[in-house]
Design a protein around this ligand. Structure first.
Ligand SMILES: Cc1ncc(C[n+]2csc(CCOP(=O)(O)OP(=O)(O)O)c2C)c(N)n1
Length: 324
């Protein structure tokens, strides 16, 4: 059967599965939020799942990722389970932060996922630092830092990119440019048209890809990862997309022109891959049904698991807490 972008059908179907698992998990959490069963805010990647899934699929297990708040897809690809994701959102003791956080501030160092921190772009210097360690130890590993268009206006972004470029570190900077930083449109926080333009001043290559085309994101990341592993230094990958919901679920995004959303709805990354796979004879109706049913089962199992899990009892509140 056909290969696409060098990927055999099994991998293509896995990518399709991860896209749909991400969407279904987040949709389910939105529902729980509306029912008042989630404690904190809810941040989703609806419409931009291709960026996190496509990029993470191009990495090796020994690489390290520094996700942002819309990168559930990358976390899933790297081994996070729906049970852990749901337990995290419901603040349960079985979640990655053992109930210390109720939304996106989690990671898992065993799977090479750094824990997301709230101040925007603060993880990018950490990703560059990991890459420096890999380079010093001569390990063929790379680090990947994810960030949004708004985050690229913070100093940490500029420091991390400059540092990585000067030292030719094996790190990728992956931007999800979804055109809004909370309610601020791109043109109100950047005087250049592309985040990629910012890389020029630091002397590292930057590429712009269609962030709603998962295979384009995969291919760009794979090429940049190979460069980094070969000692050729960092790359910035700007993925153009659109944030299809509010900044979080408490934000109705009424500041976004409806026509813009309509335009981007037609470019939905899941439907696009589905069409491509059907045309290539890789996805049949039966296979689509099997994947959909598997995802429904997994997500519902995760909701039940989370709801039946205990809340933290408070006894371990100082465990894993460090001060310097
Ligand atoms: C340093 C800092 N300033 C402000 C915030 C509040 N905040 C959280 S997300 C966000 C918008 C970030 O925009 P962008 O990076 O484009 O990501 P998006 O949410 O649009 O996907 C803001 C202002 C923060 N977390 N950290």
């Amino acid at each position: 059967m056909a290969e696409l972008h060098g990927l055999p059908p099994d991998d293509l179907l896995k990518i399709y599965y991860y896209l749909r698992l991400t969407r279904a998990s987040e949709d389910r959490v939105i529902k729980l939020y509306r029912q008042g069963r989630v404690f904190g805010g809810v941040y989703v990647s609806n419409g931009q799942e291709a960026i996190s899934v496509g990029s993470a699929y191009a990495l090796a297990p020994e690489d390290v990722t520094a996700p942002s708040h819309r990168d559930l897809g990358a976390n899933y690809v790297r081994g996070l389970t729906p049970r852990e994701y749901l337990a995290q959102y419901l603040g349960r003791a079985t979640g990655p932060t053992r109930g210390r956080d109720g939304n996106v501030h989690y990671g898992d160092i065993k799977r090479g996922i750094l824990s997301f921190v709230s101040p925007m772009a603060d993880l990018l210097p950490v990703a560059a630092g990991c890459a420096l360690a890999f380079k010093i130890r001569r390990e063929p590993r790379i680090a990947v830092g994810y960030f949004g268009d708004g985050a690229s206006s913070r100093g940490d972004f500029h420091e991390a990119v400059n540092f990585a470029a000067v030292l030719r570190l094996p790190v990728l900077f992956i931007c999800n440019n979804n055109q809004f930083a909370y309610s601020t449109p791109l043109a109100r926080q950047m005087a250049v048209p592309h985040v990629a333009d910012r890389a020029k001043g630091y002397g590292l290559p930057a590429v712009i890809v269609d962030g709603n085309d998962v295979l384009a994101v995969y291919t760009a990341t794979k090429a940049a990862a190979e460069r980094a592993r070969a000692g050729e230094g960092p790359t910035l990958i700007e993925c153009k997309t659109m944030r299809m919901r509010g900044h979080a679920e408490h934000d109705d995004a009424s500041y976004v022109p409806p026509q813009l959303l309509e335009e981007w709805r037609a470019k939905d990354p899941i439907q696009r891959l589905e069409r491509t796979l059907r045309e290539a004879g890789i996805l049949s109706d039966a296979e689509e049904k099997r994947i959909a049913e598997q995802i429904t089962r997994e997500v519902e199992d995760a909701v039940q698991f989370a709801e039946q899990s205990p809340l933290p009892d408070g006894g371990g509140v100082t465990q894993g807490v460090y001060a310097v």
